[in-house]
Design a protein around this ligand. Structure first.
Ligand SMILES: Cc1ncc(COP(=O)(O)O)c(C=O)c1O
Length: 487
């Protein structure tokens, strides 16, 4: 090593990697141990906020010890405790230590997953197959690409769908754009679809007005006859139906749309069939839900997020592509300065997506699935679903609680209803206040949503350490918080 290299701060750190790394690991070990034991209310104190936002740019480089101290005192104490088992908010996963360590290995190797024939590119092929097998999308036919999350995966799918629809009509959207005054594309989904689907429509230049929000039944599942009718009336009105988007585990209530029936309709009209299974794509592993997932193997594309139920460290989404060549047609562009995959290569993700350089999410995805195995993933899904179902039963049995949607997968929506209270606005206000109070207790985290216009306490059970005790604790906690806000 030259003197210059020896003097460079990063060269010094490489030489001390084991020693510095050990200190970091010790801090993280403490972080993990503290997460369960301490209050979940870790709001950043005002002085820390001000300190962080006004940090001066250091003139001289800092030493690793000083930097570790900064992380220890200023950053690690103030997370959102999303990885805590009693965080029932949104769709949050726990800590997957092997996933995190594999991610560290990816950072040290620093080889992106965009392309070139390195080990992770080949591993990525197997991961796509693993996800296809776990979800029932296929036995391995197709290709899986890892994205930052469900939003990015959905955008890739709908971009490819738009390209295909134009191609089927004999024109090329990549060269012509949307300037030709052609019949407007339309997208069919339900009002339960994740907001990213609307954002996709907007990003794709189709406008949110292209969204057809098809009616749902009592279980919040899209009604196939209404879908068929919507497509027919759009055709009559001169629109160009582009694709159908089903939810397999919708965000708010966990509903699984009738996939098989929707696949029939997609086939009937020659439309792209996309399933957004970012959250619930593994739900078919639960024998109680397997029937509902019939038809998942007929989708053109399936979004499935390893950073949700698989607990991969964020960020980690995936899109399973039945026809990878369609994505290559929609995205492939090879300037002289880039290499292309050859016949000996595994498919290169960058040839199927918008991004070029992107992080090696293959290692963390591999780590979480390899650590669990097929049976571990199934047990996790079944276990979470059972707990949500228990929570639903506890709610239904309690005279002062009301279930606001049928429990589906691992999501339960309910509200606290004190005896004699029938005023909707008062109940909304009370349940919002209860959710805030839950946050203040530091015992759990469970913000509200709305179900059919009513404020709901929404619990999404996704953590591998949740137990029946947690469900009883949650009921008790809601009651205690209701008492203290009423007082
Ligand atoms: C069904 C569904 N689709 C898409 C998304 C967006 O995923 P991400 O936040 O990973 O972009 C979510 C997020 O919760 C989701 O539940």
């Amino acid at each position: 090593m030259s003197d210059a290299e020896a003097r460079h701060p990063f060269s010094q750190d490489k030489a001390r990697f084991g020693e510095i790394g050990q200190h970091m690991l010790t801090e993280l070990e403490t972080y993990i141990a503290d997460l369960d034991g301490k209050s979940m209310d870790r709001r950043v104190p005002d002085d820390v906020r001000r300190h962080l936002m006004s940090l001066p740019l250091p003139d001289a480089g800092q030493q690793p010890e000083e930097m570790l101290e900064f992380l220890r005192t200023q950053i690690l104490p103030w997370p959102i405790t999303i990885a805590h088992p009693r965080c029932y908010a949104w769709i949050c996963a726990g800590i997957a230590p092997m996933g995190a360590l594999a991610d560290l290995a990816a950072s040290i190797m620093n080889t992106g997953l965009d392309g070139y024939d390195h080990s992770s590119i080949f591993l990525n092929v197997a991961l796509g197959r693993w996800l296809m097998e776990l979800t029932g999308f296929s036995d391995g036919e197709g290709f899986g690409v890892l994205f930052s999350g469900g939003s990015a995966a959905n955008l890739n799918a709908l971009t490819a769908a738009r390209h295909k629809a134009a191609k089927d009509d004999g024109w090329d959207i990549r060269s012509e754009g949307l300037q030709g005054g052609r019949p407007g594309f339309t997208i069919y989904t339900s009002a339960e679809a994740h907001s990213s689907i609307q954002k996709c429509a907007e990003q794709l230049g189709l406008g949110s007005a292209c969204m057809r929000l098809v009616a749902t039944d009592q279980q919040f599942r899209l009604i196939p006859d209404a879908l068929r009718q919507a497509i027919r009336s759009d055709l009559d009105a001169g629109f160009r139906p582009m694709c159908i988007v089903a939810g397999a585990g919708t965000t708010n209530v966990g509903a699984v749309d009738p996939l098989d029936g929707m696949a029939d309709i997609a086939e009937e009209f020659g439309l792209w069939f996309h399933i957004d299974g970012a959250y619930g794509g593994f739900g078919g592993l639960d024998p109680d839900y397997a029937k509902m997932y019939r038809g998942i193997g007929r989708a053109d594309t399936l979004t499935i997020d390893p950073h949700k139920w698989l607990q991969a460290p964020v960020d980690c989404g995936a899109l399973l592509m039945r026809h990878p060549e369609r994505h290559a047609e929609a995205f492939g562009l090879k300037p002289d300065y880039l290499m292309s995959s050859s016949e000996d290569s595994a498919p290169w993700p960058y040839e199927h997506m918008f991004q070029l350089t992107y992080g090696n999410r293959a290692l963390k995805t591999w780590a979480v699935i390899a650590r669990l195995g097929r049976s571990g993933v199934r047990d996790l899904v079944v276990g979470c679903n059972r707990l949500a179902s228990l929570l639903g039963t506890l709610v239904e049995e309690a005279p002062d609680f009301e279930l606001l949607a049928p429990v589906s997968l691992s999501i339960a929506n309910f509200r606290y209803v004190p005896e004699g209270e029938t005023d909707g606005a008062a109940l909304d206000e009370l349940n919002d206040a209860i959710a805030d109070e839950i946050g203040r207790t530091g015992e759990a985290h469970m913000p509200t949503t709305k179900v059919r216009g009513n404020v709901a306490l929404r619990a999404c059970i996704l953590h591998y350490e949740n137990s029946e005790d947690d469900m009883h604790h949650l009921i008790d906690l809601v009651r205690r918080c209701a008492r203290s806000v009423s007082a």
